[in-house]
Design a protein around this ligand. Structure first.
Ligand code: COS
Length: 385
């Protein structure tokens, strides 16, 4: 289907597709097996300008938005979600700077993120603050020209590998979420170290690690926006990044459908290709239909956000919810098309199914997405919007 992408958008898609097919597919199994960070592939993405797709031209990027990011993420995700989330998480770390940073902060960090010289990461989640993001306990105490950070962030994508982290910490514990503030913390800052590296069911090429702050002194100039804005910074970041999770879902689902149809044409049972059976055709028909619906919703919402829309929480949550549910269902059905072979590591679909599961969980579980959608709907019907 033609989504009337511009030449530049098609070029981004093409480059990401080429990297996916030529560089990621040949190594994805090994990266998954060894839980290896895809450093070489990130270098290739950097050389191909992919890290700059959604950074403004003024800071050395290509000036795209949520749609351009989604197009790149979708193509990389067709090959491997572990690699695509590594790429996307760098931009997740950059969002707070891009949306709320000072000119100096933007000038200092965005050009290097755009070239891929440095990788970004986003630190919000803690052991006791997952869905309840307002329940974080990491603190930031003002001391002269510094903030002193103490606490531990958990499950941080690109943890230990990224160079620059946007971290949410409490500057006023008594105010809860309203007392949170956002900071830029560079790797190598004294008192900032990395804890446990997680072993995961899927997206194993992606590194997930604790960030540990022990009397970590961060220059006051690294405060993003002002004190008390941290929760808003985090929520706005997630509003903008959730369509990227939907794009991951569309990508991995498309990868699974491609594999399933190819296999269905080759695999013979009862003297004919299994794709000739109606049971198989109905399965792939449903897979293809739901993928196209998820893609259409994702592109439409991304375009709307890029047009400058402000009230995006509901539709952003819808993309994430729908795209991730489609990914889980389609990858599970792809394993079914492969039958016993689908359960084996000889084919890519078991990995796709393991990888897809995280999409229903991270950047807000799908239960939380439904809460966000429901809350917004109630406000609309009550005439408060
Ligand atoms: N944009 C701007 N402000 C927002 C917002 C958004 N999308 N969502 C919430 N807020 C504001 C609220 O307006 C409220 O402000 P006031 O205190 O001024 O009224 C404040 O933030 C707290 O909001 P709320 O009361 O809805 O928060 P809850 O404690 O009920 O928590 C959240 C609900 C939003 C935290 C939950 O729905 C959520 O999204 N959890 C998942 C977090 C997540 O995605 N984690 C992944 C980690 S990063 S990979």
């Amino acid at each position: 289907m033609d989504y009337f992408l511009t030449e530049e958008q098609q070029a981004i898609q093409e480059i990401a597709k080429q990297i996916a097919e030529e560089k990621i597919v040949p190594v994805r199994e090994e990266l998954d097996e060894k839980e290896e960070f895809p450093r070489e592939i990130m270098k290739i993405c950097a050389q191909s300008d992919l890290f700059g797709v959604s950074i403004p031209e003024a800071y050395g990027g290509l000036g795209g938005g949520v749609l351009e990011m989604g197009l790149a993420v979708e193509e990389l995700s067709r090959a491997c979600l572990g690699v695509s989330v590594t790429y996307a998480a760098s931009f997740l770390g950059a969002y707070p700077i891009l949306m709320f940073g000072s000119d100096q902060q933007k000038e200092k960090y965005l050009p290097r993120i755009a070239t891929g010289e440095i990788l970004g990461a986003f630190g919000l989640t803690e052991a006791n603050a997952g869905s309840d993001a307002g329940g974080i306990r990491t603190t930031a105490r003002k001391e002269g020209d510094f903030y002193v950070l103490n606490g531990t962030k958990q499950w941080i994508t690109n943890g230990g590998e990224a160079d620059v982290y946007t971290v949410i910490a409490l500057t006023d514990k008594s105010k809860g979420a309203r007392g949170a503030s956002a900071f830029i913390v560079e790797k190598g800052t004294e008192g900032f170290s990395f804890g446990k590296k997680e072993r995961k069911m899927g997206i194993r090429a992606s590194t997930t690690r604790e960030l540990v702050f022990e009397d970590c002194r961060v220059p006051a100039a690294n405060l993003i926006s002002r004190e008390g804005m941290g929760f808003i910074v985090a929520m706005k970041t997630l509003d903008n990044s959730r369509p990227g999770i939907a794009a991951q879902g569309v990508g991995v689902a498309q990868g699974a459908l491609d594999a399933a149809v190819r296999y269905g044409r080759e695999r013979h049972q009862f003297g004919q290709p299994i794709i000739s059976f109606q049971a198989m055709q109905h399965m792939v028909a449903d897979m293809a239909t739901s993928i196209e619906a998820a893609r259409a919703l994702t592109y439409a919402v991304a375009r709307w956000i890029d047009s400058g829309a402000k009230d995006i929480s509901k539709v952003s949550a819808m993309t994430k919810l729908f795209g991730s549910e489609v990914a889980m269902k389609v990858t599970t059905d792809a394993v079914q098309v492969f039958g016993g072979y689908g359960y084996m590591k000889d084919y890519p679909v078991e990995k796709m199914m393991r990888d897809a599961k995280i999409l229903q969980i991270y950047e807000g579980t799908n239960q939380i997405q439904r809460n966000v959608i429901g809350t917004e709907l109630i406000k609309e019907y009550a005439g408060k919007k």
